[in-house]
Design a protein around this ligand. Structure first.
Ligand SMILES: C[S@@+](CC[C@H](N)C(=O)[O-])C[C@H]1O[C@@H](n2cnc3c(N)ncnc32)[C@H](O)[C@@H]1O
Length: 274
């Protein structure tokens, strides 16, 4: 299998409604973790957003971050979300409407082709999008293109190898983490590569910070993701059905005994358009 071959966020335009709805729920679950709330604040700080700014968010999903961005730029600012998955875009519009933030717009679009002129916005941001985009450098170049000189580009991405899951079966857990990092992202090492990518894109003043998303309660985002990971590995033929059964049973045992433990690192990188 090739890198990114089993990335669930590839070809999102063609998802059926049930798939889109399921992933929308997973994104909601992730967004409630305290580290994610902090990450959204980190992104706003990294992009130097201030009232009155115009900001673009590519891959805005169901609009979770777009709400925070819209509040940050205030009534005098503008937020433009672009999202290729139609149900996500619709949910994002609904979310903004429910909060009275109609001044934000959400359109169908990808990071590789932002329908805006050169140097027309103050900042461009993405949250866990570049890690899923094959040829992320082209998407980053496009984000740089639309930002005015003196504005900032910022991205949050995880690093696939920084996924930590406690489980009695170390060897099988390691195989699952490698499968996840190598095949469920366009590039599972995007997190650690962001600063290099940003410098290569010609951005200056490149900064990077990291937050750990830690979960110890069953039923949380990383628990759901761990179960999906094992399922994807089975579908991809990376583990056998017996291994899938034993791994999910081992995880269930830990969860039922109050000992679920998983964490993942998220890197916030930003740079200055010169
Ligand atoms: C992991 S989700 C993150 C969604 C949202 N940013 C959030 O943090 O809740 C990845 C998002 O990237 C979008 N996406 C996938 N390919 C894309 C592309 N080429 N350009 C822009 N967005 C893309 C997906 O539809 C999805 O909304």
């Amino acid at each position: 299998m090739n890198p990114g071959a089993a990335d669930p966020f590839i070809a999102v335009e063609g998802w059926d409604e049930a798939t889109a709805q399921q992933w929308a729920e997973v994104l909601e679950l992730r967004a409630t973790n305290p580290s994610q709330i902090q990450l959204r604040a980190d992104l706003i700080a990294a992009a130097w957003l201030k009232p009155g700014d115009t900001v673009v968010e590519v891959g805005c999903g169901t609009g979770i971050t777009l709400v925070d961005l819209t509040v940050a730029v205030g009534p005098g600012g503008r937020t433009l979300g672009f999202e290729p998955q139609p149900l996500f875009a619709e949910l994002a519009r609904r979310r903004l409407g429910e909060r009275g933030l109609e001044r934000a717009s959400v359109e169908i679009g990808t990071a590789e082709a932002i329908p805006l002129g050169d140097a027309t916005v103050d900042a461009a941001v993405a949250q866990t999008v570049l890690v899923h985009v094959p040829g992320a450098a082209a998407a980053l170049a496009e984000m740089c293109r639309v930002v005015r000189p003196g504005g900032r580009v910022a991205s949050i991405d995880q690093d696939g190898d920084a996924l930590v899951i406690d489980h009695p079966d170390k060897a099988l857990t390691r195989r699952l983490v490698v499968f996840s990092s190598d095949q469920r992202f366009a590039d599972g090492w995007t997190g650690r590569r962001l600063p290099r990518m940003f410098r290569t894109a010609g951005l200056g003043d490149v900064t990077v910070t990291m937050r750990c998303h830690l979960e110890t309660e069953p039923g949380n985002f990383l628990h759901v993701m761990a179960l999906r990971l094992a399922e994807n590995a089975l579908e991809a033929g990376v583990i056998t059905e017996a291994e899938w059964r034993s791994w999910t049973a081992g995880l269930a045992e830990l969860a039922e005994s109050g000992s679920f433990f998983a964490s993942s690192n998220y890197y916030v990188c930003s740079g200055l358009k010169t």
